[in-house]
Design a protein around this ligand. Sequence first.
Ligand code: PXP
Length: 248
Amino acid sequence: MRLGVNIDHVATLRQARYRTTPGLHTVEPSLVDAVRAAELGGADSITIHLRADRRHIQDADLPQVQQTLRTRLNLELGNTPEIVAIALMLRPKDVCLVPESRDEVTTEGGLDVNGQQAMLAETVARLRDAGIRVSMFIDPDADQIEASRAIGADAVELHTGAFANATGRDQTTALQRIIDSAEHAHRLGLIVNAGHGLNYQNVHCMHEVPHLDELNIGHSIISRSIFAGLENAVREMKQMLLDVPRGS
Ligand code: PXP
């Protein structure tokens, strides 16, 4: 299981202070330093989300991050013409299509691939023609997996938010849905990734999910980095992905 580290929150912190003065010489924290630290800690890819409202990642960050990277860039984006055009220019290794609404604090729920197949198929084809691997961020649901396959996606990222928010039996049920979905997606030839709400307490459960290629984790790693430093926070998470817990 590989680790993709989402560094959007580093930009969130920067924007909290410097949104109106981006050129100031005192601007911090540096996204470029975040990329370096995450990679030193063992990140296998760096994930950023260019949102239409530019609340954290800015256009100017994209080339800087891409030029600093030694691993892979996974660019998350909503399916809008402006943002898709930027992705086509940037040509990251991976794109993950996500739902996006202005009022949400972070990405809520998965993308309804099944309900917008025609529109999404066109975007997937354009991105793939540019040599980009395309993933769909979807709820762990058979219809969404089949629709992702039907429109030509290379991968799915299974939304683990419901699992992360649940407790007790509900969490077991949510985990089983992810396991079944991973099996299903793999059978259809899709690469299987997962993410959202994963943290140092619950990530060990992902060892029960078959065929997982990569986990994308942001909030929890950046939170821990306040106390441990980003490189250490990433290293600790990476170790949890490598260590298969006893009894599983
Ligand atoms: N995967 C996707 C597609 C996301 O949109 C996000 C949140 O930006 C994540 C993973 C990471 O979620 P979290 O910040 O809860 O770890």
